[in-house]
Design a protein around this ligand. Structure first.
Ligand code: NAP
Length: 311
């Protein structure tokens, strides 16, 4: 029996672990990928106090910090959650864990384009992770789909590996941060504006993309060896929904300022709550969720004893 089980090993979950461990809560963290989406970042340059670090190294550091404060970390896939009673159950392929409080920090996953060939060529030219698959495209031609920070940083990163890199965006302007757009301008990435991918083409492997210009309707084929789809995230809420946690209309978990969900003793943090999807924000929410869970477990939740005060 644990005091607290945290589902998710991204920055929200790992920070919640650090805070819970420091409060002396018997805490277990479970998730499939250490660091979650953070682990895929080629470089993180906006985490305060750290000028530049890879997502993987930042995740490793957070894990070590969690363990230093006594948390157990288990890699495993959660199959179901029982959250409505006093004792919560987290059922996974690594075992069933019971606790009096749970923090859901399940993050999000990549949005799919939903076009012909996307599933067929997954791992054969279609990728959602440049940090993982980018090196496979050395001196090859690649395209990146999207117009925000993930697409722009991915295109800049790939342009240092691939022989030619295209950025394909459905509009005529980018929504990425200016600092990322500046790096893009300084790179040799070729931008194809106002265009969407209609089909991913190939026989054994991906060989090209069928594009449609949304302004002119013109159809063209771009020959590439790989495509990186970077069109945003969707929250991972299936388990929470099935366990009766209230979701917002837009699909994210509903929380209040203490990161409480609709179920007593169940908190949520990070991208699954629809916060600004930044590591520092997810980490901040994780800290709040763990502090709230601690006060809940000590029976002073909602009373005068405030966050941060030792109970
Ligand atoms: P995002 O900001 O949600 O942007 C998704 C992009 O994909 C948009 O440009 C969107 O086009 C496009 N898109 C969405 N659906 C599409 C479809 N079906 N077909 C074609 N294009 C489609 O996603 P993100 O880039 O993953 O970023 C998520 C968050 O993380 C953002 O807040 C971002 O700032 C942050 N982030 C920051 C950094 C950094 O270096 N600071 C790095 C990565 C991510 P429209 O523009 O037309 O909507």
């Amino acid at each position: 029996m644990y005091d607290l089980v945290i589902v998710g090993l991204g920055p929200a979950g790992l920070t919640a672990g650090i805070y819970a461990g420091r409060r002396g809560l018997k805490t277990l963290l479970i998730g499939e990928v250490l660091g979650g989406q953070q682990s895929l970042a080629h470089v993180v340059e906006n985490y305060p106090g750290i000028e530049s670090i890879t997502g993987r190294e930042l995740s490793e550091r957070m894990k070590r910090q969690c363990e230093r404060f006594g948390c157990e970390i288990v890699l495993g896939k959660v199959a179901s959650l029982e959250l409505s009673g006093k004792t919560k159950k987290v059922v996974s392929d690594a075992g069933t864990f019971e606790a009096e409080a749970v923090i859901l920090a399940t993050g999000g996953r990549h949005r799919k384009l939903n076009v012909e060939g996307e599933d067929r060529f997954l791992g054969k030219g279609v990728s959602y992770c440049a940090a993982c698959d980018g090196p496979l495209f050395r001196n090859k031609k690649v395209a990146v789909i999207g117009g925000s920070d993930s697409a722009v940083t991915t295109a800049v990163y790939l342009s240092e590996i691939a022989s030619e890199t295209y950025l394909i965006h459905r509009r005529d302007s980018l929504r990425a941060e200016e600092s990322n757009q500046r790096k893009l301008r300084e790179s040799d990435v070729k931008i194809i504006w106002n265009s969407v991918v209609q089909k991913i083409l190939g026989s054994e492997r991906l060989e090209g993309l069928e594009l449609r210009n949304v302004k002119t309707g013109e159809i063209s084929v771009l020959k590439v060896d790989g495509v990186f789809i970077e069109i945003g995230m969707v929250p991972t809420t299936e388990l929470a929904r099935a366990a009766g946690v209230k979701l917002r209309e837009d699909g994210y978990i509903e929380v209040n300022e203490k990161m409480e969900t609709s179920l007593e003793g169940v908190f949520a943090a990070g991208e699954v709550t629809g916060c600004v999807p930044q590591i520092v924000v997810a980490a901040g929410q994780g800290a709040v969720a763990a502090t709230s869970a601690y006060l809940f477990l000590k029976g002073v939740y909602g009373k005068k004893a405030d966050w941060g005060k030792k109970v």
